[in-house]
Ligand binder design. Structure first.
Ligand code: PGA
Length: 248
């Protein structure tokens, strides 16, 4: 049984006062004892400077937290980078790796994404590895080829550690655009990824869907057989909306 997981991605948003209000509402709204039949997990991935604040606010809750990136290196002369071991000191369980905004705006290659995933695992962090096609790639019928290539680089680098990851399918054209993949479109790619995971002996890896997930569409998306939860950007900044997605 794959426990469902909803991960919030605050991106470069927040501030001490606003975070305090949001975290407080999440702690109050997410029950300590999960009475539901399906185990649910909730996490937020926040900007690095707020990790201490988030750790203090969430450590006695059932909500986990993490970062939005992690260095491929363990330590050394890498100005501006943050190592997995540092994230562990702040109680992080997760780090997003290979988000499309990093791939596109920071030229992160498949090889770098795979190296970051490796470093996260070596440091004790679960990488939430993002894959997904652009609109041009979808229109060129290249969706399967793109996500298979992105996944393949990670699978090759991680080998027998692959079962320790979380995967997120995020069609780039659906991120922050208000355009969500239909449940059927999401399921089609999730089924493809599930097949690749099964072949790599990692069938139980959770595959999250991301891209304009809201309370209004989460239930239908999460009802799909191979969708194990969501990676939520904009809607994770609103406590009511995020909690409603977590309940979906
Ligand atoms: P969005 O972002 O929910 O705002 O579309 C999702 C993401 O980028 O992870």
């Amino acid at each position: 049984m794959r426990a469902s997981l909803v991960v919030g991605n605050w991106k470069m948003n927040g501030g001490l006062a606003a975070n305090a209000r949001l975290l407080d509402a999440l702690v109050t709204g997410f029950p300590r004892d999960d009475a539901g039949e399906t185990p649910r997990e909730l996490a937020v991935c926040v900007p690095f400077p707020y990790l201490g604040q988030v750790q203090a606010a969430l450590s006695s809750s059932r909500i986990a937290w993490g970062a939005q990136d992690v260095s491929a290196h363990a330590s050394g002369a890498y100005t501006g980078e943050v190592a997995a071991g540092m994230l562990v000191e702040f109680g992080c369980r997760f780090a997003l790796v290979g988000h499309s905004e990093r791939r596109q705006m920071h030229a992160e290659s498949d090889a770098l994404v795979a190296a970051k995933a490796r470093a996260a695992l070596d440091g004790g962090i679960t990488p939430v590895i993002c894959v997904g096609e652009t609109l041009a790639e979808r229109e060129a019928n290249a969706t399967a080829a793109v996500v298979t290539r992105q996944f393949g680089a990670v699978a090759a680098a991680l080998g027998s550690d692959l079962p320790r990851i979380v995967l997120a399918y995020e069609p780039v054209w659906a991120i922050g655009t208000g355009k969500t993949a239909s449940p059927a479109q999401a399921q089609e790619v999730h089924a493809l990824l599930r097949g690749a995971l099964r072949k790599a002996r990692a069938a139980d890896v959770r595959v999250l869907y991301g891209g304009s997930v809201k309370a209004a569409n989460a239930k239908a998306l999460f009802a799909m057989q191979d969708v194990d939860g969501g990676l939520v950007g904009g809607a994770s900044l609103d406590a009511d909306e995020f909690l409603a997605i977590a309940r979906a």
